[in-house]
Design a binder for this molecule. Structure first.
Ligand SMILES: Nc1ncnc2c1ncn2[C@@H]1O[C@H](COP(=O)(O)OP(=O)(O)OP(=O)(O)O)[C@@H](O)[C@H]1O
Ligand SMILES: [Mg+2]
Length: 280
């Protein structure tokens, strides 16, 4: 159980499973960027659970928060089930269909409660600047190119509303009880369901979650990714917010750059950044 938890981890967090009064709990300990971590924890706690027809969507409850001077630990129940990437690669087709239905309902619901806001491009430019200042390795696209791309559009109309912030397959668990659970929330500089859209796209269509897998697993996953891509709500979002999606996509990819630690990830990132920026 523990092995599965740690092997998926890309952030600095440490995950342990403990038994308490015969129940399993996950203890997640953070020792980096603690003010950001506190915001993420709050987001997970404040998420209002939802019902889509007979399907429940639950944010995994945080039952305990322990703060030390340089660490924060959270305790939450261990959810027995499969995460999205398990479902896509190793699970029965019926689970995959439930998963697809969940994705469709999730985005339908998120885009129901939105307020349109004109966002000044300076918010995006500031984010780009922050990313480039924290860059650990040199990426092949200069900050100037990105700034020029953003400057082609002065105003962006963004649908402001609830988002998870890091809506990847590994952060969605389909419980053995049939309920869907969200973990690992992320506070973002722009709270819009479009962030979830671009994250899911990055994870699946661009293949973040399969970048280190064998060619045959990648091929297997791509069959399902095509089905995700074809979901009506996702096609609609792509058409309705083409320009905004392109820019948020680019920034979302750039946000990975400060955390790159291996060659496969670096190659994956450079390839996709080039692809996305060519298309702007
Ligand atoms: N409460 C939980 N119940 C069951 N599985 C969990 C739970 N919390 C985490 N996991 C498993 O551990 C994996 C990593 O957890 P989590 O996403 O919280 O960590 P992370 O290190 O922040 O990962 P990331 O690299 O996505 O930031 C999840 O994908 C999931 O499979
Ligand atoms: Mg995660």
């Amino acid at each position: 159980m523990n092995e599965k938890l740690t092997s998926n981890s890309y952030s600095h967090a440490k995950l342990d499973v403990i038994k308490d009064k015969k129940l399993n709990y996950v203890i997640k300990t953070f020792d980096h960027d603690l003010s950001r971590v506190s915001k993420n924890i709050l987001k997970q706690k404040q998420f209002s659970n939802k019902m889509f027809g007979s399907t429940s969507l639950i944010s995994v409850p945080i039952t305990e928060i322990t703060k030390h001077s340089k660490k924060i630990s959270i305790k939450m129940p261990y959810i027995d089930g499969l995460n999205g990437s398990d479902i896509i690669l190793y699970s029965h087709r019926s689970n995959f269909i439930s998963f697809l239905n969940f994705i469709e309902s999730y985005f339908l619901e998120s885009f129901k409660k939105i307020d349109y806001k004109n966002i000044d491009s300076s918010i995006l430019l500031k984010k780009v600047d922050d990313i480039y200042s924290n860059m650990q390795f040199k990426i092949s696209i200069s900050e100037k190119v990105i700034i020029n791309c953003i400057n082609k559009t002065k105003n962006f109309t963004i649908p402001i509303g609830d988002c998870h912030g890091d809506f990847t397959l590994d952060n969605i668990i389909m419980g053995n009880d049939g309920k869907f659970y969200l973990i690992d929330f992320l506070a973002t500089y722009l709270e819009t369901p479009l962030q979830d859209f671009v994250k899911l796209k990055q994870d699946t269509i661009y293949g973040w979650c399969v970048r280190k897998l064998s060619k045959s697993d990648q091929t297997k996953a791509s069959v399902f990714f095509d089905k995700i891509k074809a979901l009506p709500i996702l096609k609609k979002i792509e058409i309705e917010y083409t320009r905004e999606v392109k820019i948020l996509n680019l920034i979302s990819l750039l946000r990975i750059a400060p955390y790159v630690r291996d060659k496969i990830t670096e190659n994956w990132l450079v390839y996709n950044l080039n692809k996305v920026s060519r298309d702007l």
